[in-house]
Design a protein around this ligand. Structure first.
Ligand SMILES: [Zn+2]
Length: 584
């Protein structure tokens, strides 16, 4: 068995996917809302027998490797290595590609840089000032270890001396990792100087970059310097420090979302361990999807005026459309979660317990900012809230907030409903219509595929022996022919071995038969029988109709009277057969 097959045999696809996506059994398949696009009704199907999955909404699908590639956004090699590790399979034959080895090298460099910074902070006199500063800010020694905080010395080349001089990496690799910057004169200098260093881990525990924080609050430089975008660091994808807090998020069933690294560390220290920082004010779609693997509930720690922040609002909209339950916590007395956790953890925890529904937050925030007494103020509030409330998916919830808004504005509900309609009419004119990805299928394509799918899934393939004349699409005829050949050499049918016997272009067609969802009914013998009967009839009728069409076309072009008579006879016969068929 090769390594890929060994991994496949050791990790069950359904099990694997259900670790992060809530799958529901439906007949022979499992179903869920797609983890890769926004939807409210499930079109993501997993078939255990074939160990395959597909989303009929956005079209992606494949095997376990493809799933990992999509979910982790990695290339095949990385997916292979991830799964090999999980399955306990040693990859002997696999050669990483150039870009994989390159990424590995950058992880190594970052790892060594983190060790270097950490050593200087904890053990070296050069880091003493930084150490005093961070301890005085209330970060404990334990946290310094756990989050591997460090110090980058006030030098232009100390890190280079270590990584290039001692560890023999090339300066260009350091540049690729974002650790050094090319100077105008052609040399390189260390990017992070005299800063408190936060290594940024991805959720799998690789160090992908750094955030460097200024020690002297009065200095003129930027408070934070971050690793620029590199092949392994993408700011919009990072959730800090998810590699540590993901288990806690799963366990508590919610994630507290804060802005910065220190917000997260301070919260963690006081026992709010289900925390992540989004490194900015707006949650991105990637971050939301990543969080969705661990929880359905988000508590966003927002500034009281964040409702007016369009970027933050967009992030909330994204999370809402992905089906999260959203709550908001505001910390009126304190600047940020860091300060609240340091000064008054009891207050912070209490506020978290009282976190308000996102729509109440919007409502209260708008009234706090615009008062809502004069007509102009009321208009402003309407302008802010109507686009938000109009988009509420659940009609009951929507109604609740229309009521609330009408009461507080002192206007009737009709006015608000009218305004919502007006707003969305205007918006729908601007938005382009979505383009359908699937070309229209003919009735024959649909019927043949459905019938084949039913026969394979209900394991009634022996019926194909008698009924193969019902099929005429080349791909299906070829599948049936392959099946006949297979059954000549094998006593029993096994979808796995049959799949292996197929040429590449038929493999996908065969797998797609297992992704049609019959629900629980596929288990009911009677239903399957009836369905087979119905499909036989439908395909026969379709066959006659198609023949009729062709013959009728001939009639139009036929000039020889003798021939014309024959054709008319034929039409009569076919029409007769059709009516007989339809009667049965
Ligand atoms: Zn999808």
């Amino acid at each position: 068995m090769d390594e890929i097959e060994e991994i496949r045999s050791k990790i069950d696809l359904v099990q694997y996917i259900s670790e992060t996506v809530p799958l529901k059994k439906t007949g022979r398949n499992f179903k869920a809302c797609c983890p890769f696009h926004s939807e409210k009704t499930p079109s993501f199907i997993v078939n255990p027998e074939r160990q395959i999955w597909k989303c009929f909404g956005c079209g992606v699908g494949g095997d376990i490797f493809k799933f990992v590639m999509e979910q982790e956004r990695v290339e095949f090699g990385e997916a292979l290595r991830l799964l090999a590790k999980k399955a306990g399979v040693t990859l002997k034959r696999y050669q990483p590609t150039k870009s994989e080895s390159e990424k590995d090298k950058l992880y190594e460099i970052n790892h060594l840089a983190a060790e270097f910074f950490h050593y200087l902070l904890i053990n070296h006199p050069v880091g003493r000032r930084a150490l005093n500063y961070i301890l005085q800010r209330g970060v404990t020694k334990e946290s310094l270890e756990q989050f591997k905080l460090g110090y980058s010395p006030a030098s232009w080349d100390e890190l280079q001396k270590f990584l290039v001089g001692k560890k023999k990496y090339s300066i260009f690799d350091l540049e690729k990792a974002g650790l050094v910057v090319k100077s105008d004169r052609g040399g390189f200098y260390d990017r992070f100087r005299d800063r408190l260093m936060f290594p940024l881990f991805d959720h799998r525990g690789n160090i992908v970059g750094f955030a460097g924080r200024l020690l002297d609050p009065g200095a003129k430089e930027a408070k934070y310097v971050n690793t620029p975008e590199t092949s392994i660091y993408h700011k919009s994808e990072l959730l800090y420090p998810l590699q540590i807090t993901k288990e806690e998020i799963k366990k508590t069933g919610a994630a507290v979302v804060v802005e910065g690294e220190l917000d997260a560390i301070s919260s963690y220290q006081v026992g709010i361990k289900n925390v992540v920082a989004i490194k900015g004010s707006a949650l991105t779609e990637f971050q939301a999807r990543l969080l969705k693997r661990f929880t359905e509930n988000l508590i966003l720690s927002l500034d009281a005026d964040a409702a007016g922040d369009m970027a933050a609002r967009r992030g909330i909209e994204i999370a809402d459309s992905l089906g999260f339950n959203l709550k908001v916590v505001t910390l009126e007395k304190y600047k940020d979660p860091d300060e609240a956790a340091q000064k008054d953890p009891g207050y912070f925890k209490k506020r978290l317990e009282e976190a308000e529904n996102i729509y109440d937050f919007y409502l209260n925030s708008a009234f706090a900012r615009f008062r809502g007494k004069t007509p102009e103020e009321k208009k402003k509030i309407g302008q802010e809230l109507i686009p938000i409330f109009g988009k509420i998916e659940d009609e009951i919830v929507k109604n609740v907030y229309i009521k609330k808004l009408s009461q507080r504005l002192g206007v009737n509900e009709e006015a608000i409903i009218l305004q919502i309609e007006k707003f969305f009419k205007k918006e729908s004119k601007i938005l382009p219509k979505p383009v359908s990805v699937n070309p229209v299928k003919t009735r024959r394509e649909i019927l043949e595929k459905y019938f084949l799918s039913l026969l394979f899934q209900s394991k009634k393939i022996e019926i194909l022996k008698e009924e193969k004349d019902l099929f005429c699409l080349p791909v299906n005829l070829r599948l049936i022919k392959m099946l006949e050949d297979f059954l000549k050499e094998n006593l029993n049918f096994s979808s796995q071995f049959f799949f292996k016997s197929l040429p590449g272009e038929l493999k996908e067609a065969f797998d797609s038969l297992y992704l049609i969802d019959f629900g629980e009914k596929i288990e009911e013998e009677d239903w399957v029988k009836e369905e087979i009967k119905r499909l036989k009839k439908e395909l026969k009728i379709l066959g006659v109709k198609e023949e009729l069409e062709t013959v009728c076309l001939r009639l139009k072009t036929e000039t020889d009277p003798e021939e014309e008579k024959k054709v008319q006879e034929k039409i009569k016969l076919l029409a007769q057969r059709l009516s007989e068929l339809e009667k049965t």
